[in-house]
Design a protein around this ligand. Structure first.
Ligand code: RTP
Ligand code: MG
Length: 148
């Protein structure tokens, strides 16, 4: 089983689509194993988006992700990292395919609803930034026997 880090960004929270986004991940067959509703500290944003700190869009990205509460989560499943990225869609919601979360629920790159880890290394790194080991919960979904 693979784990991935997912975050519903402030625009997703403020627009009241948290439930709709979670429903898509649940319906796919992924299992939520951790969640926290919080406003990110500057320190966490710098760590989380370390690869983008020197990019010209970083100041606006930082202001955006700190502009309100986010829902940070860890989701588990077979090939969870790639599957969630496919469900999330392209970075720019204007170009993201219909049927994807960004394609169906967003309008522009600067407010693209959701973050998801893009590789096993980033998933492990991001989960470690936002959660401690004992905050990840083990349980069985009743449909697991028929999902796999
Ligand atoms: P994320 O990390 O948030 O899941 O998004 P992503 O992999 O699809 O895109 P990435 O290249 O990692 O960019 C991270 C976030 O920075 C903002 N961004 N703005 N103005 C711009 O050119 C620009 N490019 C990226 C977006 O919020 C993007 O999700
Ligand atoms: Mg990224």
């Amino acid at each position: 089983m693979e784990r991935t880090f997912v975050m519903i960004k402030p625009d997703g929270v403020q627009r009241g689509i948290v439930g709709a986004v979670i429903s898509r991940l649940e319906a796919k067959g992924l299992k939520m194993v951790a969640a926290q509703f919080t406003v990110l500290s500057e320190e966490k944003v710098m760590e989380h988006y370390a690869e983008h700190v020197e990019k010209p869009f970083f100041p606006s990205l930082k202001a955006y992700v700190m502009s309100g509460p986010v829902l940070t989560m860890v989701w588990e499943g077979k090939d969870a990292i790639a599957i969630v990225r496919r469900l999330v869609g392209a970075t720019n919601p204007a170009e993201a395919a219909p049927g994807t979360i960004r394609g169906d629920m967003g309008m522009e790159t600067g407010k693209n609803v959701i973050h998801a880890s893009d590789a096993p290394e980033s998933a492990a790194r991001e989960i470690g930034i936002h959660f401690t080991k004992d905050e990840l919960v083990a349980y069985t979904r009743i449909d697991e026997a028929v999902l796999y």
